[in-house]
Design a protein around this ligand. Structure first.
Ligand SMILES: NC(=O)c1ccc[n+]([C@@H]2O[C@H](COP(=O)([O-])OP(=O)(O)OC[C@H]3O[C@@H](n4cnc5c(N)ncnc54)[C@H](OP(=O)(O)O)[C@@H]3O)[C@@H](O)[C@H]2O)c1
Length: 311
């Protein structure tokens, strides 16, 4: 039996790893070995049977398949370098990264792991924390087919409802994720604009939310709820569903790639500026939908609404 490992227990990682552990337990497979910078985040996973391992290098040495779900490119690069430089053999190990990172980061990771004989799959996800909790994420996956075939059964109907195969070039999966987030971020901006419009014209956010969910789908409806429930600016001691800095990172990746390809992304640029203005005004503890607070300010309203934190 292959020992499976997991690093990264943030908003998405904890939910995904919990579903994977439930699956492994149901198959009487080896329990998931997990690690995280803040180990206490793993308590719910440990209660499901997961086994803590404080060192990423040791986790890698003990596992055949290693999932990572971390904030950004530099965290992933640091982890992979620590594994490569650990002195442990990486031969035949499969690394599966589910974070949203630049395709160039994926290409470097593939090259870095090739020398010691390991494979790298890029497997980024679409959907937020509630969808991760339900095990209904959409995955893109790219990398060697032999590794994909081994890993896909750990994803399909375990953590995800759909796996989009992007071929042997792992960077293509990351490219699809970056392209998808152009829609995500633009949609958050559009929902935010419509809700400020509804409030200021006297239409009201309730009917607007009903329409958004009914006519534009559950994803857009969910974005509206992040505004009306105040989740765009959650309490300072909580973790946002999709942190504003993560979405700014995604937008910047898309814009760098667009520039290189001679493509203009004017809608995304506006949304990115509004997210950065939100972060300048209200700090890090904001959801990606917090451009809404800035749109409110531009309309003469407070950044905060009745359900958000108030400062
Ligand atoms: N949230 C979403 O809706 C969503 C949807 C799709 C994709 N994504 C992508 O998925 C990835 C994870 O997102 P998330 O929402 O789960 O993020 P998150 O809640 O901010 O969690 C980030 C994870 O990275 C770890 N981390 C951050 N900085 C680190 C460092 N310097 N060294 C070691 N570990 C570090 C965190 O450890 P600690 O627990 O110790 O802080 C945590 O495990 C991101 O790339 C994001 O863009 C997010």
């Amino acid at each position: 039996m292959t020992q499976i490992g997991w690093y990264g227990l943030g908003s998405m990682g904890l939910a995904m790893a919990s579903n994977l552990q439930r699956h492994l337990a149901s198959k009487k497979a080896l329990n998931l070995l997990y690690s995280n910078r803040t180990m206490s985040r793993g308590a719910p996973l440990q209660s499901l049977g997961g086994i803590p391992e404080t060192s990423f290098e040791k986790l890698v040495s003990r596992c055949g398949i290693i999932f990572t779900m971390v904030a950004n490119d530099s965290v992933l690069q640091t982890l992979l370098s620590s594994a490569v430089n650990s002195g442990h053999s990486l031969a035949d190990k499969v690394f599966v990264d589910c974070s949203t990172v630049h395709p160039d980061t994926v290409t470097s990771a593939v090259a870095q792991l090739k020398a010691p004989g390991a494979s790298f799959l890029s497997a980024p996800v679409f959907g937020g924390n509630p969808i991760a909790v339900d095990g209904k994420l959409v995955f893109a996956i790219g990398g060697p087919k032999s590794a994909t075939d081994v890993v896909k059964p750990l994803i399909q109907d375990v953590m995800g409802r759909k796996v989009i195969e992007c071929g042997e070039d792992a960077a293509k999966a990351s490219l699809l994720k970056i392209a998808g987030n152009i829609i995500t971020v633009n949609m958050m901006e559009a929902v935010g604009e419509s809700q400020v419009f509804a409030e200021k014209t006297g239409l009201g956010t309730g009917p607007m939310e009903e329409l958004i969910g009914e006519a534009f789908g559950a994803v857009a409806g969910g974005y509206s709820k992040r505004l009306t429930t105040g989740a765009y600016a959650p309490p300072l001691d909580s973790r946002p569903g999709f942190g504003v800095s993560l979405a700014i990172k995604d937008a910047k990746h898309a814009m760098t790639m667009a520039e290189a390809a001679g493509v203009k992304l004017p809608g995304l640029e506006v949304a990115r500026e509004n997210m950065e203005a939100a972060r300048d005004y209200a700090g890090e503890c904001l959801d990606s939908s917090s451009m809404y607070g800035v749109l409110r300010q531009k309309a003469g309203l407070e950044f905060w609404n009745a359900k958000s934190r108030q400062g």
